[in-house]
Write a protein that binds this ligand. Structure first.
Ligand code: PHE
Length: 348
């Protein structure tokens, strides 16, 4: 019988057709082709009426078995395709919660700021307060109140940057040291005074490996009853050992500053060679490193700010920040501090 052989053929081809369906839509089409009206099974069902009644139950049973078999194949392929579909969606819509978040690189303080903080911390731990003052300063505070007469060479335009030049009483300049804050503080506060003053300072220096026209200083001032030069020595020796290490020695060389008497320059023993190395890259064989100016506050300065030199005395010092930072870290040019080269800055 042709119909039954068409049915056999359809049944034989069904497993391959069903498993060949790669998507749900394709499976739909395969289902129509196998079970729809125009399929072998569909046609066989329609022609049942024309069959000999005696054959009908047998053919009907055959058709039912074939239909169930095909439906079984379709159902298992359907669940396979649905599972694949779900897998693909899970894959596509996957959120990787382990993905690293974008980390912003955090910067660090500039080495000069770190050095200032280190120095200031040493004095703060001795009980000093931190004071600040203006960078654009009156000549009065920068010079006159500090016992520096109008004829002093540091007041020349070749040394000092003036913002308003002329009548000495009203001259405005970029402060050449942090010492004017001494005068400002004493004018505004009664003794005792224990302050450190970190800040920017300006001088008309030509740029080279050790000079910049803008640099930093830290001023120190102690005024109290019975302050002597020994207090100055003890305090600065303590600073040197804290900053450069416990073996550091200090040396005071006589010097002159208009606002202190006696005055000295403080050298510290070279921390790299301890003074014994003629080829030392830090002190170049000198054994000592020049660190700061200091001295006992001149009575004229105390008087200029309204203190009574018969009642109180004091000492003061002023150190650069660039130099200790350079010697401590082996930096060979001061220009590195302002070049903004990240390869330099990232090292600290
Ligand atoms: N102001 C001086 C300078 O800049 C340093 C100094 C400060 C010296 C305080 C003595 C006392 O060179």
């Amino acid at each position: 019988m042709t119909d039954s052989s068409r049915l056999d053929e359809a049944l034989a081809a069904a497993p391959a057709a069903v498993s060949g369906a790669a998507t749900l839509a394709e499976l739909d089409a395969v289902e129509k082709a196998l079970l729809g009206d125009t399929s072998a099974i569909g046609e066989a069902r329609r022609s049942m009426g024309s069959l000999d009644p005696a054959d009908r139950p047998r053919v009907g049973a055959q058709l039912n078995t074939a239909t169930k078999e095909i439906q079984g194949l379709l159902a298992s392929r359907l669940s396979e395709l649905e599972a694949q579909d779900e897998d693909r969606r899970l894959q596509d819509e996957r959120i990787d919660v382990t993905l690293e978040s974008i980390t912003l690189q955090s910067g660090s303080l500039h080495l000069l700021q770190q050095t200032m903080n280190d120095i200031v911390d040493i004095f703060v731990s001795l009980g000093y307060q931190v004071a600040t003052g203006p960078e654009a300063e009156l000549a009065w505070y920068n010079f006159d109140a500090l016992n520096t007469p109008p004829t002093h060479p540091s007041r020349l335009e070749s040394d000092t940057m003036y913002l308003d030049f002329g009548d000495p009483a009203d001259e405005v300049l970029l402060r050449t040291h942090t010492s004017p804050v001494q005068a400002r503080w004493m004018e505004a506060n009664d003794p005792p005074v224990y302050i450190v003053v970190p800040g920017k300072t300006y001088r008309l220096d030509t740029v080279d490996a050790t000079h910049l026209p803008v640099f930093h200083q830290i001023e120190g001032l102690a005024v109290d009853e019975n302050i002597t030069f020994s207090d100055l020595k003890g305090t600065l020796a303590h600073w040197a050992r804290e900053f450069f290490g416990p073996k550091t020695k200090v040396r005071f060389r006589p010097h002159f500053f208009p606002f202190t008497e006696p005055s000295a320059e403080l050298d510290v023993s070279c921390f790299a060679c301890d003074g014994g190395e003629p080829t030392c890259r830090v002190c170049k064989g000198a054994g000592w490193l020049e660190m700061m100016g200091c001295g006992v506050v001149d009575p004229n300065v105390l008087e200029a700010v309204g203190y009574d030199p018969a009642e109180v005395s004091g000492f003061a010092f002023g150190m650069g920040v660039e130099r200790p930072a350079m010697v401590r870290h082996g930096i060979n040019s001061i220009r590195h501090f302002v070049d903004n080269d990240l390869r330099f800055l990232r090292q600290f």
